[in-house]
Design a binder for this molecule. Structure first.
Ligand code: NAI
Ligand code: ISE
Length: 337
């Protein structure tokens, strides 16, 4: 059976996921799309139509009988309502991060999914599917560097859209680290603090950039994450774990090094789509396979909630300047894998 998918939101990642479902992945086809911006829908139809049907709204698409599973790739504040609509219809839903913009919103999704009685939600946290992060996790688990003590991370974008806000550095950008570091360290967060270095001249006046987020885990590991979204030089994701007896570092993407004109150089990617291209392929194939096999295994609504609890504390810390404590609720049995 080919899974019939409807996509809500045909912007940057929506169109990228549609392309991969139409050209790269197997077992699914896109049968329906919607976007509040009609031009985005026209672009999709021009590239991938004519078998795709355009809908007037997300709820109408979710309710359509030919839509068997839903992809939510619209703006973050719209996610909660759309995911809840899919759960109400008993339809599996892949939702891009953030699952909802607050922990309370994520909890409403968790409660609706548990009431349904079977997992329906996968969150678009793709880093656990990235080969580099997977290798890093294996090294940590093997004990080769001893117990992790500290983690140094950087999340750098060359630039961001004008509407990007100081809070989005947490809810839109850091959220990837908040998810992947729990998974990498098998630990939960205990506190967060945000400090602001000297501001770059390349950020718009309303945006504090860069920011440094300091996290402590329940197990006592100290984490620093530099979020710098106007770094200009490239899209650069760094993660170094310092253990008792060694250091393990996330590999940079493979690239040809060049010796030429008295220079030794290695190119740096500039686009998140390319940096995590393979991981996006694997995560979405896992969703399709999970739905077809009636067993979703990827990042769950509970993972979306856990990241959002930490994000809420970080957002509070952005304005308070204080160390904000947080308590991760115990994982419900429903979400034990
Ligand atoms: P975008 O602005 O390029 O596209 C979003 C689209 O959603 C727009 O075309 C907009 O018109 C549409 N939209 C907004 N509200 C809608 C609604 N109620 N119904 C239908 N369409 C609606 O944004 P982008 O970059 O594609 O981001 C979308 C989501 O994906 C965000 O939540 C973002 O955080 C996430 N994302 C995840 C990435 C990842 O690495 N996993 C990378 C980029 C984005
Ligand atoms: C964007 O929405 C993403 O999810 C990218 O992966 C991230 O690097 C970027 O900062 C976000 O704005």
């Amino acid at each position: 059976m080919t899974l019939q998918i409807g996509v809500i939101g045909c912007g940057a990642i929506g169109q990228d996921h549609i392309r991969r479902m139409c050209q790269t992945l197997s077992g699914a086809r896109v049968v329906a799309v919607t976007d509040i911006d009609a031009q985005q829908v026209r672009e999709v139809m021009a590239r991938h139509g004519p078998d795709i049907e355009a809908f007037d709204s997300g709820p109408a698409l979710v309710a359509a009988p030919q839509v068997q599973a839903v992809l939510v790739t619209s703006w973050g504040p719209t996610h909660e309502e759309l995911v809840l609509a899919a759960i109400a219809q008993g339809k599996p839903v892949f939702c891009e991060k953030p699952l909802a913009v607050t922990a309370a919103g994520c909890l409403r999704i968790v409660q609706a999914e548990m009431a349904h009685g079977q997992r329906l939600v996968q969150v678009g946290f793709m880093r656990p599917y990235d080969a580099g992060y997977r290798a890093l996790r294996q090294v940590i688990a093997s004990g080769q560097i001893g117990a992790p003590l500290m983690v140094h991370c950087a999340h750098r974008n060359p630039c961001v859209a004008d509407g990007y806000t100081t809070g989005m550095a947490i809810t839109d950008t850091l959220i990837h680290e908040l998810d992947v570091l729990r998974w990498l360290l098998d630990d939960e967060y205990a506190s967060a603090q945000v400090v602001y270095p000297k501001r770059t001249r390349h950020a718009l006046p309303h945006l504090a950039d860069p920011q440094i987020v300091l996290l402590e885990t329940v197990g006592g590991i100290r984490i620093d994450v530099e979020v710098f979204v106007n770094c200009r030089y490239g899209y650069d994701i760094q993660c170094e774990v310092v253990g008792e007896t060694g250091i393990a570092r996330l590999p940079d993407p493979a690239a040809v090094s060049l010796k030429s004109t008295a220079m030794y150089s290695i190119p740096i990617l500039t686009d998140w789509k390319q940096r995590f291209m393979a991981a996006y392929d694997v995560e979405l194939q896992a969703f399709i396979d999970g739905v077809r096999g009636q067993r979703l295994t990827g990042p769950s609504a509970w993972d979306g909630h856990a990241a959002a609890v930490a994000a809420d504390a970080c957002v509070l810390a952005q304005s308070s300047g204080a160390v904000e404590r947080m308590a991760a609720a115990p994982r419900p049995a429903f979400y034990q894998s």
